[in-house]
Design a protein around this ligand. Structure first.
Ligand code: ADP
Length: 447
């Protein structure tokens, strides 16, 4: 097992990783920007190293500074969390070249899945159903028209290097397609430095359902069920639940089996998530994330498995601590992403937290790295905490979620808590009847 893990991240996920390490008796190194000198994970880690100024490019994305921090502290592994360098194949390769373990899959697997065109081709070859669309990159308008005629309008133009919902454009007719292509191309070039595009049929009212998978170097593979992440704003997840209100046990076992088989075929190592759109009883692959996800705690809640601990075990060459037969799904879990944002306009609301009181009690987990008196720096993501509630069934989970949201106090800044307080009393949400566009429709109605 590793002696010392360097956590190449910040915020709640850095603390989450620290907790797993600490429980396993592994020492931790926190790296931080000058803006994060007072962060909770920096205080709790065994050692800390300042790696640069506030800008993420100069700190959390600064590979040479992070490698130096590993060398100085003698860390034998790096956990990248999510975001930042977590899906950077070059980072994984450089660490390997330095004899430091990247807690994640191989650079080659990251590279393969990071190119969404290649990812789709690979998924298809492994027997995973995909959204109908172009079989590869779209280079000319003529080619795009042809694909659109085959799949039918509306279509979605997507960036091969896409992420965070950027570089995606809908075209509802032939007339809209040419400008959708040029806008998406420009956006992709600016955001990712790569303007390769592909096309998919635009599904009208699907749900976003993703499957958590895990594989070790001893040939063990398992899936941990699904998460329904259909409540989104601007293609970004806002609230997630597990299990999905739309699936039954047989459907879960079926898609889980398909995904596990594919992961085995891929020779994948570590944890990953296969994302699907689900419409009219059918699954359509959209992408694979080769990292730990923000919403992993709802899966932990319904399976009792510590996903970060398993990640670390697998990276250290050990077997995962369970097999598929050991996985039991129990009850229902919901996660609310608490952002430092205005709950109506979603404008960022950095500032000093005057008072911070988290809810507690049976089935309530809060993953957050903020505290009373903490000043939220304006340079990073607005996620300041995750409220994760578990109940024996969906109704108990909802009752507990309402109660927890009522208890949660964050004073001094605006947060998205009031949005969730409204959502938990909304009949469609209570009935589990929603799709990926539902939340934006709801927000428009309530604006
Ligand atoms: P990103 O990597 O930028 O997050 P994804 O491919 O994961 O992009 O898609 C993000 C979200 O965009 C999905 O959860 C869904 O809401 C929407 N989306 C993606 N592909 C389609 C599609 N073919 N039809 C309708 N919506 C889609």
């Amino acid at each position: 097992m590793f002696e010392k893990v360097l956590i190449a991240n910040r915020g709640e996920i850095a603390l989450r990783i620290h907790r797993a390490c600490r429980e396993m008796g592994i020492k931790t190194v926190a790296v931080h920007s000058t803006a994060d000198a007072d962060a909770m994970h920096v205080r709790l880690a065994n050692e800390s190293v300042c790696i640069g100024p506030p800008s993420a490019t100069d700190s959390y994305l600064n590979i040479p500074a992070i490698i130096s921090a590993c060398e100085i502290t003698g860390a034998d592994a790096v956990h990248p969390g999510y975001g930042f360098l977590s899906e950077n194949a070059k980072f994984a390769d450089i660490l390997k070249a330095h004899g430091i373990t990247f807690i994640g899959p191989s650079g080659d697997h990251i590279r393969l899945m990071g190119d969404k065109i290649q990812a789709k081709v690979t998924a298809k070859s492994l027997g995973i159903p995909c959204v109908p669309g172009s079989d590869g990159a779209i280079t000319t308008d003529e080619q795009a028209y042809k694909v659109a005629e085959e799949t039918g309008y509306p279509v979605l133009v997507k960036a091969a290097a896409g992420g965070g919902g950027r570089g995606m454009k809908v075209a509802r007719s032939r007339g809209e397609l040419s400008s959708a292509l040029s806008t998406a191309r420009a956006e992709a070039k600016a955001a990712f430095g790569d303007d390769a595009l592909y096309m998919e049929k635009y599904l009208g009212q699907p749900r976003h359902i993703e499957v958590q998978v895990i594989a070790d170097s001893h040939g063990n593979v398992a899936h941990l069920g699904e998460r329904d992440c259909s409540l989104q704003r601007r293609h970004q997840k806002v609230l997630e639940e597990s299990p999905s209100p739309a699936l039954n046990t047989a459907q879960r076992a079926e898609i889980g089996g398909i995904v596990s088989k594919a992961i085995k075929g891929l020779g994948y190592l570590g944890v990953g998530t296969i994302e699907f759109l689900y419409e009219d009883g059918q699954f359509f692959f959209i992408e694979m994330n080769t990292r730990l996800q923000v919403e992993h705690p709802i899966t932990e809640a319904v399976t009792g498995i510590d996903i970060v601990r398993e990640q670390i075990r697998i990276a250290a060459g050990m077997e995962m601590s369970f097999t598929q037969d050991d996985v039991e799904f129990s009850g229902h879990a919901i996660e609310c992403r608490i952002n430092a944002e205005d709950p109506k306009t979603f404008a960022p609301s950095p500032g000093t937290i005057k008072d911070f009181h988290t809810p507690g009690g049976l089935g309530v987990r809060v993953d957050s790295a903020v505290y009373s008196g903490y000043r939220i720096p304006p340079y990073y993501d607005s996620l300041i905490g995750k409220l994760v509630v578990h109940g024996r069934n969906r109704n108990e989970c909802l009752m507990r979620l309402r109660r927890s949201l009522h208890e949660f106090v964050i004073d001094g800044i605006k947060t998205t808590i009031p949005l969730f307080q409204e959502l938990v009393n909304e009949p469609d949400f209570i009935n589990g009847e929603y799709h990926i566009h539902w939340l934006e429709d709801f927000l428009k109605k309530n604006a």
